[in-house]
Every structure is written in C-alpha cells, then in structure tokens.
Design a protein around this ligand. Structure first.
Ligand SMILES: C[S@@+](CC[C@H](N)C(=O)[O-])C[C@H]1O[C@@H](n2cnc3c(N)ncnc32)[C@H](O)[C@@H]1O
Length: 488
C-alpha cells in the first residue's frame, strides 16, 4: 500500500483489505489507519467474521459486502444548500442557459452523484421548484452507501442538516416532528434515489436514468479516489452530460479538466465544468445572462433599544495555528470527522482547535459534543466561538432555554458577533418570543450592514456580510409580516 508504513497497521490482513478496496472501488489509502482499522473491525463484526482470509474471499465474491465496508471508509458529511455559491450559479447561470438553449418545455435533468443522506439533491429539487420547474424536472441521486440512501428516502432531518446559511430555502418544506423535521412528500417525491458505485464501469446508463444530464453535482466524493479512478470517473461524468451540460465538483476535489474534454469556466469561487456542444461557442464567449445579483446594500436601521452597544466588527483575532491544526481544518472541510477530531483534540490549550474537535464530534454524537463543549468552556471561559458553538448544538437538541443562555453569553463576550444575534433570533422565535426574535435579527442585519458586502463575517463559515444581512432582513421581515397579519 503506497505511502503507509506497515507498522501503522496492527495486522497484514488490514493491508490486504485496503488493497482490495483500492483495486475494486478506487479508493485512496485511508489517511488515518487507526480509524480505518476500527471501521474494518465494525464491518467484519457485522458480517459475523473475525478472520481475514474468509472476509477477503467474501469481499471478492459479494458486492454487498464491499458496499458495507465502503461506508466505513468514506464519510457522509453534507447539509442543505452546502456551498451556496454553487446553488447561486445554478439559479442564475445554468437554468437561464438551459432555458435559452432547450426551450420552456424541456424537462431539466439533474444528478447528485454521491448524494449521502439526500440534503444535496433535495436542495436542488427545492431550487428548481422555486424557479418554476416543479413539473419539468428530473432529479436523480445516487450513492454507494445503502444506509445513507435509506436515510435520504426517509427525508427526516435534524437541525444539524440545516446549519448552512441558505437552509431557509428548505424550511417551508419541512414539518416539525419532535426535534426533527420531515420533508414534505411534494419534495421527497421529486428525487429518484438509487445505488451506484461511481468506480464501477456501469454508467452512463439509460436504464438507471443516468445520461443526458443538464447538471451534475459530484461534490466531495472524488477526494476519496485514486488517480486512475478519478480519470475514469471524469470521463464517465463528461459522457453523462447532455451537450451544453454543467458539472460542479466540490471545492477540495481534484481538477478534472485534463481527463475529459471539458470546457472549464473560472468563477470567483472555483471551477465549473461544461460540456460544449459541437459548433457551440464556448461558454466564455457565449451570450451571458444577468450575473447573480450582488448583495444589495442594506440601509442601516436606527439604533435598536435594549441591544448591546455595537463596536465595529473586526475579524476574530487568529491564534497562531499550531502544527496539525491546518490538517484538522482540512479534514473537517472534507467531512473526515474522526481525523479532524483526532488532530484538533491534540491541542486542548487552543480554543480554536477545541471548537474544531467539537464540530467534528457533533456530526456523530451531538450529546457528546455538548458535553465536550462544556468542558472546553471551562478551560477557555472567554472563547466566544465555544459559546456560540454551544448555543448552536443546544438549539439542535431542542434545549431552547440553554441555547438562549449560551447565545447571550456569546453576545456578552462579543457584542458585535452578528452570527450570535442571528442564532438568538432563531432561538427566540422558536420560543415564541416574536418581538425579541425580530430585535435580534435586526441587530444582526445592522451589524452586517456596517461591513463591506463582501467581507467575511466572523464565525459564519465563509459567509459574506452582504449575504448574511440579506438573510437577517428576510427573517425579520417575515416576522413583521406575521405581526401585521395578526393585528389585522
Ligand atoms: C462527503 S459526502 C458528500 C455528500 C454531498 N455530495 C455533499 O457534498 O454535500 C461523500 C459521499 O460519497 C459517497 N461515496 C464514496 N465513495 C463512493 C463511490 N465509490 N461511489 C459513490 N458514492 C461514493 C459516500 O458514501 C458519501 O455519502
């Protein structure tokens, strides 16, 4: 196995399993052998096996056995409207382009390849519905994890899946069910889920409906693959696109343009791949549609009573990044929670590292993440990020009073932290305090408005001030509309 020293592995049987996975599923050697060995142990236990020769023979003979193992070696991190720039590109560039080329009767064909628990294809379905394609869309979603597909088809999500800033697009289609939300059938029925191992040479496929796509999302999946698999998958993705179709990969995925004849479109957030039709002008030279509207300048509202003073917000001071922290950040971005938690937990003296480990843990065990957060706050009582994280986790668990306390503590420590006011607004609204929620959203809005629209907002996961101001304003005006209705 390339790049790993044999002493990383407790038994040569593990190495043989990983080699088989590389050969059959095209996966890179795992970056964290201890986590991989634990995963293999779990898969073997599910199969009722404890000896490697029998397990290897079963992996060779039974595709379902291999699928079950792949689930242990890859991670299903995802959430609604993850990486909002991609969805904005679809809304403002892809759909108008498809409409212009294929006409208003065309059924838009979309594929989420590596869909995990479904947040990505459902986000695409909602976007298409918002844009008026309710009856003219075909959304396919595939994954190698049958467990993830089952969760996707169930359509039941926790607040954690709604942690992205654009998740509000989903809220009208979610019904509260205790602490979870159930997606309405109107959206659930729009997406066709199916099993597919992208490393298998079984697609494009007419029988599975995986062909002639106007748009493919294949995000944060290719990072797992070795080079020969990336090359083969890139060629098949190109072949699965309709002429004029678009492919969007994840921000950390390897570049694909050298492996298939894609035209690459360079945007200010990354690359989009385009299958240019013969005779069609390249995208770069074709008539372009109106670009996504720039975030509108937000008028500064008058000072709000009973809110803390608002010093002009500054990015959080960065603590010197200890060795390994960058690796933890990358692992977290890729959804490799085990690795992120392991790297970050090695730095309990660093509040930022603690927060990262807690974020990683929250994906697998929110209760344990809350406990870890309480511990970390004890060590770093002035770390605002930890208080904010605690509020977010408690909100996810439905512990609203505790979440409110944590959010107010974050605000006390950093009155200009716009995301904490936004969070407080969500908490108060769920508690039925409409007026308090409205004030909190208004404060968040005015704090963002003091920043240039493209400034990154502290602790906002890459969101910019203009966009967050818009989010806060929409939340506030929605509450005001309800207030007006109840007055009438
Ligand atoms: C990090 S999730 C990405 C989810 C979603 N695309 C997103 O970006 O939010 C990676 C998904 O890829 C799936 N996956 C890994 N290897 C795969 C393969 N060979 N074929 C299909 N899916 C695969 C995993 O099961 C997991 O659900």
């Amino acid at each position: 196995m390339s790049g790993d020293s044999p002493q990383d592995w407790r038994h040569p049987g593990y190495v043989a399993v990983i080699d088989l996975v590389a050969a059959r599923a095209g996966l890179l050697p795992p970056s964290c052998p201890p986590a991989a060995m634990e995963g293999i142990d779990r898969a073997m236990a599910r199969a009722g096996l404890s000896d490697f020769p029998t397990y290897l023979a079963r992996l060779e003979a039974e595709p379902a056995m291999l699928d079950d193992l792949l689930v242990e070696l890859t991670i299903g991190e995802t959430y609604f409207f993850r990486t909002p720039e991609h969805f904005r590109f679809v809304r403002y560039q892809v759909l108008p382009d498809v409409l212009r080329r294929r006409g208003p009767g065309h059924v838009v064909r979309v594929w989420s390849a590596g869909c995990a628990s479904g947040e990505e294809p459902y986000s695409l379905a909602v976007l298409l519905m918002e844009e008026g394609y309710g009856e003219r869309m075909e959304v396919r979603a595939t994954d190698v994890s049958r467990a993830a597909l089952a969760r996707a088809q169930l359509g039941s999500y926790s607040e954690w899946s709604l942690r992205g800033s654009e998740a509000r697009h989903m809220r009208p289609f979610l019904l509260a069910e205790g602490k979870r939300y159930r997606l309405v059938p109107q959206v659930r029925n729009r997406v066709h889920f199916g099993y597919l191992n992208l490393a298998d040479d079984t697609w494009p496929s007419h029988t599975q409906g995986l062909w002639g796509m106007d748009l493919i999302f294949c995000r944060n999946v290719l990072i797992y693959f070795n080079r020969p698999t990336i090359e083969a998958v890139a060629r098949r993705l190109h072949a699965s696109l309709a002429e004029g179709g678009f492919l969007i990969a994840g921000p950390s995925d390897p570049p694909l343009n050298t492996f298939a004849p894609f035209e690459t479109i360079l945007t200010d957030w990354g690359l989009v791949y385009h299958r240019t039709a013969p005779g069609q002008a390249p995208w770069a030279h074709s008539v372009r549609h109106a670009p996504p509207p720039a975030p509108r300048p937000v008028p500064t509202p008058p000072p709000v009573a009973s809110t803390p003073p608002m010093p002009s917000p500054q990015p959080m001071p960065e603590s010197p990044s200890p060795l390994g922290l960058e690796g933890a950040k990358r692992a977290l971005a890729l959804g490799d929670w085990g690795e992120a938690a392991r790297l970050a937990a090695a730095h309990p003296e660093d509040a930022e590292a603690e927060a990262m480990a807690i974020r990683a843990l929250a994906n697998v065990n929110p209760l344990a993440a809350v406990r870890a957060c309480t511990e970390a706050i004890r060590r770093h009582p002035l770390a605002v990020e930890l208080r904010y994280l605690e509020a977010m986790l408690l909100l996810g668990l439905g512990r609203l009073a505790d979440a409110e306390r944590a959010a107010r503590q974050a605000i006390y420590l950093e009155p200009s932290l716009a995301v904490a006011h936004l969070m407080l607004g969500h908490i108060l609204r769920r508690q039925g305090d409409t007026e308090g929620a409205r004030r909190a959203f208004r404060t968040a809005e005015s704090l963002c408005a003091t920043l240039a629209p493209d400034t990154l907002v502290p602790l906002a996961d890459g969101e910019r001030a203009g966009r967050l101001a818009e989010v806060a304003r929409e939340e506030r005006t929605r509450l005001e509309a309800v207030r007006e209705e109840t007055r009438e």
